[in-house]
Design a protein around this ligand. Structure first.
Ligand SMILES: [Zn+2]
Length: 448
């Protein structure tokens, strides 16, 4: 089922030509390589963990099929590999000395490092997935940290991907939970995209939307199956994540897969979560971000904008100068404060535009609300699904306090130029009161 869906999606993809997901398909890696790269040689990149999980086997498969390996680069297994520009340069140097096709065995970090390095030397590449942990395999971008600031660099997605369900099942359970968090977050990104599109900020790219949203509820329906390593459930999860990547390829934007829930994860990725007892994965941050966003959306949906005083809001709208000062107060540390100030300014709408947004909302909110209700799910229900998949759903679970989360709602709003439900709440002048209500004793984020 998912194979047919992916095959249909591949016909629209610009970079990716072949995706093979299934039990035992690691043994097909050499055929996939040959079909996509002919007689080229390969340069295998992995870390000690992924090399053990699938790299060694993939290497044997390639060699037995007569594919020549020009280089093998295995990063240490610990400390954990970070997606830093220095690691990209390491791989780029390795690739510069050969004409080989990069062949990466790994998941999020390794795939992003090799994706950008391959792009820098102008070569397509292939990935063997080792975990159903995130949706970046088939996306057209790599999230790499440059001098402490996470940047999303546009670069082609892999030409071919092989994902052996047995390898995915053997991966640490936490990685599968993370993938579920990343996928379930698409419920929120869809709703934010609907708002941004309705207000004329970013139109919905219909083919990309259709690659994810119509099947999303089905993909996330049975998280408990993942907990006991159910193979079809795992195949569906990876399939959904791969589809999200293909949707980003089709739209040439991350909008199909990333809304306000990802803004939370980006903030926590850039700042780290210093009080977390251990490393918190991307998908776990998205999971908590998704619950936080769902709770905000829910409050927003309960609003009645018919009596909104648009003129008063327009009169009270901050100047770009005020806005920048506010951003600088909210983000104490450079370089984050510089990047947020730049992003907030890029998103800055002049009072005229804010007036247009609010007039539109005042007029169309009842029907918009119905469409948003159909897209969203209650925050408590989303939290229940995520918890069943083993994801964190409270700030404490990732080392944050309620006060931290409260502060971060406001900072997330200013972090990136993407327009979300948080911006709509702010423009309508109800952002502070909605946040107060969320953290009040009867609110969603009441002190436990
Ligand atoms: Zn993600």
């Amino acid at each position: 089922m998912i194979a047919e869906t992916i095959a249909a999606a591949l016909r629209q993809a610009t970079d990716t030509r072949e995706i093979l997901i299934g039990q035992g398909v690691l043994g097909e890696s050499a055929h996939v390589f040959r079909r996509n790269f002919g007689e080229a040689t390969a340069a295998l990149v992995a870390d000690e963990n992924t090399y053990r999980a699938a790299g060694e086997k993939a290497r044997d498969v390639l060699l037995q099929a007569g594919v020549r390996l020009d280089a093998t680069h295995v990063f240490p297994g610990s400390p954990r590999l970070y997606p830093e520009i220095e690691r990209v340069e390491e791989v780029r140097r390795l690739l510069s000395s050969t004409q080989a096709i990069p062949f990466v065995v790994g998941s999020g970090t390794l795939n992003d490092i090799v994706k950008l390095a391959a792009h820098q030397v102008g070569r397509p590449y292939m990935v063997v997935a080792t975990a159903a942990s995130m949706d970046g395999y088939t996306s057209f971008a790599a999230a790499i940290t440059h001098a402490g600031v996470k940047r999303v660099d546009a670069c082609p997605a892999p030409r071919a991907l092989v994902a052996d369900v047995q390898v995915l099942a053997d991966a640490p359970a936490e990685l599968t939970s993370s993938g579920y968090g990343d996928l379930a977050g698409k419920v929120i990104s869809g709703a934010d995209w609907m708002i941004a599109a309705a207000l004329g900020s970013d139109p919905i790219h219909r083919p990309a939307w259709d690659l994810i949203q119509p099947q999303l509820r089905e993909w996330i329906a049975e998280p408990q199956r993942l907990a006991y390593g159910d193979r079809p459930a795992l195949e569906r999860l990876l399939g959904g994540l791969v589809m999200a990547g293909l949707a980003m390829q089709a739209a040439r934007s991350s909008w199909p897969a990333s809304g306000s829930e990802h803004l939370f994860s980006h903030l926590w990725e850039m700042e780290g979560l210093p009080h977390a007892r251990r490393e918190v994965s991307h998908g776990f941050k998205v999971a908590l971000g998704a619950v936080a966003s769902a709770a905000f959306h829910e409050m927003l949906l309960a609003m009645d904008f018919s009596a909104l005083d648009v003129a008063a809001r327009v009169r009270a709208w901050p100047t770009p100068h005020d806005l920048q000062a506010e951003v600088r107060r909210a983000f104490a540390l450079a370089p984050l404060s510089d990047s947020a100030a730049e992003e907030a300014l890029a998103k800055y709408d002049d009072p005229g535009r804010v007036g247009q947004h609010l007039t539109y909302i005042q007029k169309h909110w009842p029907e918009m609300r119905e469409r948003l209700r159909a897209q969203l799910m209650p925050a408590a229900e989303l939290a229940r699904l995520l918890a069943k998949a083993g994801c964190p759903t409270t700030p404490e679970a990732v080392g944050l306090t309620r006060a931290d989360l409260r502060r971060d709602y406001n900072r997330v709003r200013m972090l990136r130029r993407r327009y979300t439900a948080l911006d709509l709440g702010f423009e309508a002048g109800i952002f502070p009161s909605l946040i107060d209500a969320l953290f009040a004793p009867s609110g969603f984020w009441a002190q436990p």
